[in-house]
Every structure is written in structure tokens, then in C-alpha cells.
Design a protein around this ligand. Structure first.
Ligand code: CS2
Ligand code: MG
Length: 405
């Protein structure tokens, strides 16, 4: 039996939205799948893999997961960042997939076995006005979800993060040659969000876990104000309250509110969130398998988080493919410092393109017991959906100043 890598191929497919898939094949014909999807910059990661990484992988021993990770991280010289770390993440997940298939074990068993019976999950409920939002939350409760993220429209605006006034459903990236521009008004949002979220809490009662994503749009002072105003709503978390590249700005927010904070979906290494964790400036770290260097690095982030009683809550929107999603559920089943997995859901076609063993039921997820990650790619079906340019929006304030989307 040889784990020698004989091929590493990149497949970009677009069954409703773009996904970048890495296929690694060994001399024994074992195939491992990885996800390298970076919403709006898919082709950059595809090129990083095709032009620079895949040629290095051929001839390597697929069983040497950590050595390969270190080669791709330290050996590139230029470190970190979403493109590099998504490429490394794809290789890492594909190699864990191969190891599991070779040993006949699901990845969670290779990570030390189950530390819980199932993985709590949350999903999205979004609507433009409050009555419709209450209906959207109820619809998710009827599907068995025990945790729901609520996003409301804002009077006076046409679109806000997570909701369009006139468009049902929500896909962050829109197809086209470049990003669309949206108008944002923080003052209008801060006037409306507390009322809308309180109305949801009044409607659902105290048991349902409610989450809300502020999506990087507030200053630390505004974040502190919102967190304090939302304390009576008893949120499970308030997400991305303020851009956190400067991690110490969360100290101000933390001083003023006990509303739990979640940050990290745009972070790609432990270094991006090290201070947030070690100073306990957050309660949940949102780094994702695909964007934070794969299973191997996410486990290191969550090992640090455990020391400070911070818990993992990986990003899981539609632009995290079912491959990374499945890998994340394995991490969730086997990692102690893990709270909840985001599950935005996928259209039926995506489930067909990515046959998988992970499953949802009664508000929880399980990765399944298929060897490896348990997610495959139907290459023939994927080939029917070629890449189409699509970009995340950009946002501008009322005076035209560009702001964080
Ligand atoms: C959001 C995402 O799910 C979330 O928490 O922040 O929908 C995010 O906007 C997209 O993944 C960006 O591609
Ligand atoms: Mg988010």
C-alpha cells in the first residue's frame, strides 16, 4: 500500500454559487477531497493551488499531514491571509480524508473519538420587517432548530447584511463583473435592531437560543452600546460587533456588556485571534476549517481556546462547501472546546453535487461514520456548472464613505 500522491487537481464548479474543490489521488487510487472556496476570490485560490501547490504535492507521502501543512505554511515564506490559508485548508482536509479512507475510519475517530453524541447547530432566519421575521424564526423552529440567528431589515434602507427588501432568501455574493454597492446607515440600524430582536425574544420565549450578526459594522463604542441594550434579549451571541484586526478594541466592548461575543469567520490563523482568546475578549471563535488552514490548524486554535474557556463555533454559510462543512462537523464531534456549528443550509442541487454522510436532525448534526470526511464530489454533475464571476457587496455610508460590508 502506498500513500504516494500521484495527482492533485482543482475543480471549480458553480451549482448555484461557486465552489473550489481540491482532488488528491494516491497511487492506491484513494481520493481525498478538500474545499478551497473563498467567496468572491475563488479563482485566486484555484490558481494558488494549481500553479504553486499541486505540483509540490505530487510524489509526497499523503500520510504526512502535519509535515505537508508545515511545508505549505512555512515553506511559502509569505504567510497567512485568506488565499494562502484556504489553499492549505483544502490540502489538509483532503489528506485527512485520505487517511480516514485508508484506515477505514471517520475523521472524528482519528481526532480522538466523539466527545459528545451530536453537534448543536444554528441556522438563519431573515426577513425585512418584524412580522415576517417572526414567521421566519417560527419556520426554523418547526424544522427542529434549537438555535436561530435573526437578521432584520432596517427602515430607510433597501438592503442590510443578511436581508434584501425585495429578494426572498439570501446569497451574499451576486453574480456579475464586480461587487454591487449597498448603502449603510449605522444610526438607523442601532435604532431598529434592539426593537426587532426584543420582539423576537418576546415571541419565542426564553428557551430558544437567539443569535445576531452585526457583521463588522460598528465602532467599539457602538458595539458596547448595542451589546448593553441587547442584554435583556439574552442572546446566545452577538457576532462580529466590530472589525477585530486590532484585537484590543474588544476590551472596550467587553467592559460594557455581558452579551456573549463571537468573532473570527474572517480570521485565517491562530495569530489573528490569539489576543481575543487569551484575554477572553470573546466567548466564541468562529474560524472555519476552509479559511483557517484546515482541520489541523482549527484544532490548534480550539486547543488554545479551551485553555481560556472560549468555544469553537465555526462559520458555516452557503459559501462554505459541504466538504468543509462535513470536516467541521467531525471537528465539532471530537473537540471539547466546541459549542455550535453554523448551518445555513444548501439547495438540493448542491447536496446532489456533494453527496455526503453528514446529517441534520432535531437541531443537531452528525458527521456520519463513512471513512474519511464522508463527502464526495459528483464530478460529472459538477462539470455541468462552470464558474461564474460573483462578488460580495461593498457598502457605503449615506455620505458615500466606504465602510465595512
Ligand atoms: C455571515 C456570512 O454566516 C455568517 O455569519 O457572516 O454569511 C458571510 O457574510 C459570508 O460567508 C461571506 O461570504
Ligand atoms: Mg458572520
Amino acid at each position: 500500500m502506498t500513500d504516494t500522491i500521484v495527482a492533485a487537481d482543482v475543480i471549480v464548479t458553480s451549482p448555484g454559487r461557486n465552489y473550489v474543490v481540491l482532488k488528491i489521488t494516491t497511487a492506491d487510487g484513494v481520493v481525498g477531497w478538500g474545499d478551497a472556496t473563498l467567496n468572491g476570490r475563488e479563482l485566486s485560490v484555484a490558481s494558488y493551488l494549481r500553479d504553486h501547490v499541486c505540483p509540490m504535492l505530487v510524489g509526497r507521502d499523503a500520510s504526512r499531514i502535519e509535515d505537508t501543512w508545515q511545508l505549505l505554511y512555512r515553506g511559502a515564506y509569505w504567510r497567512r491571509g485568506p488565499v494562502t490559508m484556504a489553499a492549505i485548508g483544502a490540502v489538509d482536509v483532503a489528506l485527512w480524508d485520505i487517511k480516514g479512507k485508508t484506515l477505514g475510519q471517520p475523521v472524528y475517530q482519528l481526532l480522538g473519538g466523539a466527545v459528545r453524541d451530536r453537534v448543536l447547530t444554528y441556522t438563519h432566519a431573515s426577513a425585512w420587517d418584524t412580522p415576517a421575521l417572526l414567521d421566519a424564526v417560527d419556520a426554523r423552529r418547526e424544522q427542529g432548530f434549537r438555535a436561530v440567528r435573526a437578521q432584520s431589515g432596517v427602515p430607510g434602507l433597501d438592503t442590510v447584511y443578511g436581508v434584501h427588501r425585495d429578494v426572498a432568501g439570501y446569497e451574499p455574493a451576486s453574480r456579475g463583473a464586480g461587487p454591487v454597492e449597498e448603502t449603510w446607515d449605522t444610526a438607523a440600524y442601532l435604532r431598529h435592531a434592539p426593537r426587532a430582536l426584543q420582539a423576537v425574544r418576546d415571541h419565542v420565549g426564553p428557551e430558544l437560543a437567539l443569535l445576531h450578526d452585526a457583521h463588522h459594522r460598528l465602532t467599539p463604542q457602538q458595539a458596547a452600546r448595542l451589546g448593553k441594550e441587547l442584554e435583556p434579549v439574552d442572546l446566545f451571541w452577538l457576532e462580529d460587533v466590530t472589525p477585530a484586526e486590532n484585537q484590543e478594541v474588544l476590551r472596550l466592548v467587553r467592559q460594557h456588556t455581558t452579551t456573549p461575543l463571537a468573532i473570527g469567520e474572517v480570521f485565517t490563523t491562530v495569530f489573528d485571534c490569539h489576543q481575543l482568546i487569551t484575554e477572553q475578549l470573546i466567548d466564541y471563535v468562529r474560524t472555519a476549517v476552509v479559511h483557517a488552514g484546515g482541520i489541523s490548524h482549527l484544532r490548534k486554535i480550539l486547543a488554545l481556546a479551551e485553555v481560556y474557556q472560549v468555544k469553537g463555533a465555526p462559520h458555516g454559510p452557503s459559501d462554505v462547501s459541504p466538504v468543509s462543512f462535513g470536516a467541521s462537523v467531525h471537528v465539532g464531534l471530537a473537540t471539547y472546546a466546541f459549542a455550535i456549528q453554523e448551518y445555513m443550509g444548501y439547495p438540493d442541487l448542491v447536496h446532489e453535487v456533494f453527496p455526503h454522510s453528514w446529517s441534520y436532525g432535531d437541531g443537531y448534526l452528525h458527521p456520519g461514520d463513512a471513512p474519511g470526511v464522508g463527502v464526495e464530489l459528483d464530478e460529472a454533475l459538477a462539470a455541468k456548472y462552470p464558474y461564474e464571476p460573483a462578488y460580495l457587496p461593498v457598502a457605503r455610508r449615506l455620505d458615500g464613505t466606504l465602510t465595512d460590508w
